[in-house]
Design a protein around this ligand. Structure first.
Ligand code: IPM
Ligand code: MG
Length: 385
């Protein structure tokens, strides 16, 4: 396969985590015999610095031509207060490519259960996916502005959903549930918001075509609570744009760190292989405080690459090998600092780390090297032996 991948490193730790993913991509190509052509483009703050725009037309055009796009992160304090924000580049790209569905799978590597602030017994069977609507809702509603009212500033954002926007994301969630454990939990705030009442009505309507799938509705505040109380109870968590943004950061902590969670943004656009031309990105931000220090957790970016291989290129064995290689490196104790943050200390609730295998504070580079090495062990040539 000779796939064309556009790499949008972005800002902060974006370049470091995407370079880690590129090392894994190169190893995948070598181990499995593929040619991946990678084209690097600007987005976000780095694009503002280079061109004045957060999504330069060349970047958008390159993404439209690509088979898939991998992105790091955008944003940083140096662009606060400027005429345009880095985040606008990402939002514009999602919208331009029609990527209305953002999939955020939350699975816990067993060895990382002790990295989570939650008790390990709550995490044992966690296997959920957040299906977040990505091109509508309060992120894109108009008006969104500041205006003068009675001698002071007022700011407004608009949460708006049309029927077709809810219908298509709900349909995707039900289809996905069918291939999983057959449960959809739809999240809204229908006790307060009119947009949520429409959301709920349309989700109920879509559900009639899926009698084999169980549907539950939860208010977003209750869903936030249940995610901590009984996370293993969720299968497909269907959310609007804003609620999904919030709940997926919360859900990431089930896996031990925000740095672990990947995402796939899909729409109806197809690539040269007749597969979705997706945008893949870790859910974490640009983490300016640790940028350039070789300290960022590359797992979210590397697992995003695995999703890219699976969904946009149909390379299932390769995707699984990458996911297993990440697990193997974690098992071997290659943990970046964020994963160690929640480790119980002798003074803390968990007592001394008795049963724990020794872990070192790994740099981004070391963790990536461990993952690449584990990946080569899974190369077809090594499997036949
Ligand atoms: C995410 C991020 C983005 C979002 C930001 C960077 C615009 O938080 O992908 O979750 O809010 O969608
Ligand atoms: Mg977010």
């Amino acid at each position: 396969m000779e796939a064309r991948i556009v790499l949008l490193a972005g800002d902060g730790i974006g370049p470091e985590v995407t370079e880690a993913a590129m090392a894994v991509l190169a190893a995948t190509g070598e181990a499995f015999g593929h040619d991946f052509a990678v084209e690097r483009r600007h987005i976000g703050g780095s694009a503002i610095d280079a061109t004045g725009q957060p999504l330069p037309p060349e970047t958008e055009a390159a993404c439209r031509e690509a088979d898939a796009v991998l992105l790091g992160a955008v944003g940083g304090p140096q662009w606060d207060g400027g005429p345009v924000r880095p985040e606008q580049g990402l939002l514009a790209l999602r919208r331009a490519l029609g990527l209305y569905a953002n999939l955020r799978p939350v699975t816990v590597y067993p060895v990382l259960a002790r990295a989570s602030p939650l008790r390990p017994e709550l995490l044992a069977d966690v296997d959920l996916v957040v299906v977040r609507e990505l091109t509508g809702g309060i992120y894109f509603g108009r008006p969104s502005e500041r205006r003068r009212v009675d001698d002071e500033w007022e700011a407004v954002d608009t949460m708006v959903y049309r029927e077709h926007e809810v219908r298509r994301i709900a349909t995707l969630a039900f289809e996905l549930a069918r291939s999983r454990r057959g449960q959809v939990t739809s999240v809204d705030k229908a006790n307060v918001l009119e947009s949520s009442r429409l959301w709920r009505e349309i989700v109920n309507e879509v559900a009639t075509a899926y009698p084999d799938v169980t549907l539950a509705h939860q208010y977003v505040d209750a869903a936030a609570m249940h995610l901590l109380r009984r996370p293993a109870g969720f299968d497909v968590l269907l959310t609007s744009n804003l609620f999904g943004d919030i709940l997926s950061d919360e859900a990431a902590m089930l896996t031990g760190s925000l740095g672990n969670l990947p995402s796939a943004s899909l729409g109806s656009g197809k690539n040269r292989y007749g597969r979705p031309r997706g945008l893949y990105e870790p859910i974490h931000g640009s983490a300016p405080d640790i940028a350039g220090k070789d300290a960022a957790n590359p797992v979210g970016a590397i697992l995003s690459l695995a999703l890219l291989l699976r969904y946009s290129l149909g390379l299932t064995a390769e995707a699984e090998a990458v996911e297993e290689a990440v697990g193997a490196a974690l098992e071997d104790g290659w943990w970046t600092a964020d994963l160690l943050a929640a480790q119980p200390t002798p003074a803390g609730r968990g007592g001394p780390r008795r049963e724990a295998k020794a872990v070192v504070v790994a740099t981004t580079t070391e963790m990536t090297e461990a993952i690449v090495a584990a990946l080569y062990e899974r190369a077809p040539a090594n499997q036949e032996k």
